[in-house]
Design a protein around this ligand. Structure first.
Ligand SMILES: [Zn+2]
Length: 112
C-alpha cells in the first residue's frame, strides 16, 4: 500500500478496530448486505497471505543461496576473471575467487 491511497491513517485504524471488535456473525451479515460472500472473502485473504508468504520464502531462499555462494568464493558481478578452482574464465564480482559452478559444486559437496 502506498501513502497516496491512505487518506487518513486514523480513519483506517478506526475502521480496523471496528472490524476487529465486531462479532463474526454481525460482520458476515454486514458483508453479505454489502454484496460480498464471507467465505470467498476469507479465502481471498488466505490466498493473499499464502502468496505473500511464498514471496517471502523465495526471497529468503534467494538470500540464502547468495550468502552460501559468497561463502564459497562467488558473488555476481560484471568482472571477467579466472576461477581459482577450475581455471575457467567467468564473469563475477571483482573479489570473487571462484566461478558460480565451482561455488555451487562446493555447496553441494558440503551438503552431502
Ligand atoms: Zn570454477
Amino acid at each position: 500500500m502506498t501513502a497516496h491511497n491512505v487518506p487518513d491513517k486514523r480513519f483506517l485504524d478506526a475502521q480496523i478496530a471496528l472490524l476487529l471488535e465486531t462479532p463474526d456473525d454481525d460482520l458476515d451479515e454486514l458483508l453479505v448486505a454489502a454484496g460480498f460472500e464471507p467465505p470467498e472473502l476469507a479465502m481471498r485473504g488466505e490466498n493473499a497471505i499464502a502468496a505473500a508468504r511464498a514471496v517471502a520464502n523465495a526471497k529468503d531462499a534467494e538470500r540464502g543461496r547468495f550468502e552460501m555462494r559468497r561463502d564459497h568464493g562467488y558473488a555476481p558481478g560484471n568482472y571477467s576473471a579466472q576461477c581459482s578452482v577450475c581455471g575457467k574464465h567467468h564473469t563475477a564480482d571483482k573479489r570473487a575467487a571462484s566461478c558460480v559452478e565451482c561455488a555451487d559444486a562446493a555447496i553441494a559437496k558440503g551438503a552431502a
